[in-house]
Design a protein around this ligand. Structure first.
Ligand code: FE2
Length: 201
């Protein structure tokens, strides 16, 4: 039997160069930040398993408790970036959702434009976090959510369908910190709608 991998490996998103309105320089920095999440997730995972084996797992142990709290931040930071880069592509048409995703959006929101306005409203909310269209696998419904930092507001068990990083590192210095709406325009020009659709259950 093949040995299980002991670490998460950073995925390569080098094919994303040449997006519209999101520079290669911003992407390069963003890939490095993403790799930081992968590395820290690996380190934390290793440390927490070791602490459990050494009998240091206790709610009253501040080191154990704080590292455990940190896990949600680092792990979601890794995973959400993979969803984000994974639903972008160069040469995007900016034409909007198609196929089953469009139908699922219309079923809940009435129209693509109403869904888009709702997503954009969330994507331009003040704060540090993410705008995400999730699908509830129980009933297939789509809904738009704000996730603070990386870990607060993820609905448990829901499937991320369309993921937008709203942290300033995703668009500064291409845009000013107070120009997130321009970045949202750029984001929508570069979406890989087929990738988002393929995440539907
Ligand atoms: Fe990011």
């Amino acid at each position: 039997m093949a040995e299980e991998p002991k670490k998460y490996a950073p995925k390569s998103f080098a094919h994303l160069k040449g997006l519209k309105g999101i520079s290669d320089g911003v992407l390069e920095t963003h890939f490095k930040l993403y790799e930081g999440y992968v590395n820290r997730t690996n380190k934390l995972t290793e440390t927490l398993y070791a602490m459990a084996k050494e009998g240091q797992a206790a709610g009253s142990n501040p080191a154990y408790a704080e590292l455990t709290r940190r896990m949600g931040f680092e792990y979601n930071g890794m995973v959400l970036h993979e969803y984000y880069f994974g639903n972008l592509k160069p040469g995007g048409t900016g034409a909007g959702a198609t196929g089953k995703l469009k139908s699922a959006i219309e079923a809940r929101f009435g129209s693509y434009d109403i869904w888009l306005a709702d997503f954009r409203a969330i994507a331009t909310m003040p704060g540090v976090g993410w705008a995400i269209t999730f699908q509830n696998p129980e009933n297939g419904w789509l809904s738009n959510h704000w996730v603070s930092l990386h870990e607060e507001g993820n609905p448990a068990g829901f499937r991320p369908i369309l993921v937008m990083d709203a942290w300033e590192h995703a668009f500064v210095p291409d845009y000013k910190a107070n120009e997130r709406a321009k970045y949202v325009d750029a984001y929508f020009a570069n979406i890989d709608w087929a990738a988002a659709e393929s995440r539907l259950k």
